[in-house]
Design a protein around this ligand. Sequence first.
Ligand code: CA
Length: 219
Amino acid sequence: MQNRNELILIVEDDSQIRNFICYSLKQEGFSYITAGTAQGALSTLVTEQIDLMLLDLGLPDFDGMEVIKKVREWSEMPIIVVSARDQDKEKASALDNGADDYLTKPFSSMELMARIRVAIRHLHKAGGNRLQTTLAVGELKIDLDKRLVYLEDSELHTTPLEYSLLSLFFRNIGKVLTTNYIIKEIYGAGYGSDTQALRKLMAGLRRKSKRTRQSHAIS
Ligand code: CA
């Protein structure tokens, strides 16, 4: 078995299919992470360096098509749709929205692996990870690849939660985000609408950036 460097995200709510895909990937030496919902997939994409995504369309919270559109706003990572929907209309729509490939259920392990190998070959041809890695707004810069934040070229040390919050803002520049949406994205769906924790998190970030600016002014 060959050990591979790529990390694959499997987005699938059907545990039987998910287990089948996991098993197939393991046999080929791939590392993977699983998500059973669209929200889970999006938060995993923020916190992990994913190289390729296998995406089911019929997900319990919202449609996989929405995941494709959202991810394409900020990343060009390969997306292979794995769906029971076999209508040409669905396939065309997924590809038009930015999916790279479309595999109809049921499928064999051999076919799935072949499609993954093709996607990974394209990924490497395009120069490794195609994710847009650095985003900047004014003096604030974020390196999604290294998970580092810079303010006026000095590194701003952030906790994982602070980093998630900042990267969420960066990926949604120019958009108004509701507090409930932010809480759900940062803390997960089970967190309700407790704004207290979010306020504390933002205050902490503000203090840090103020300190970084001050030390800059002195030096
Ligand atoms: Ca499903």
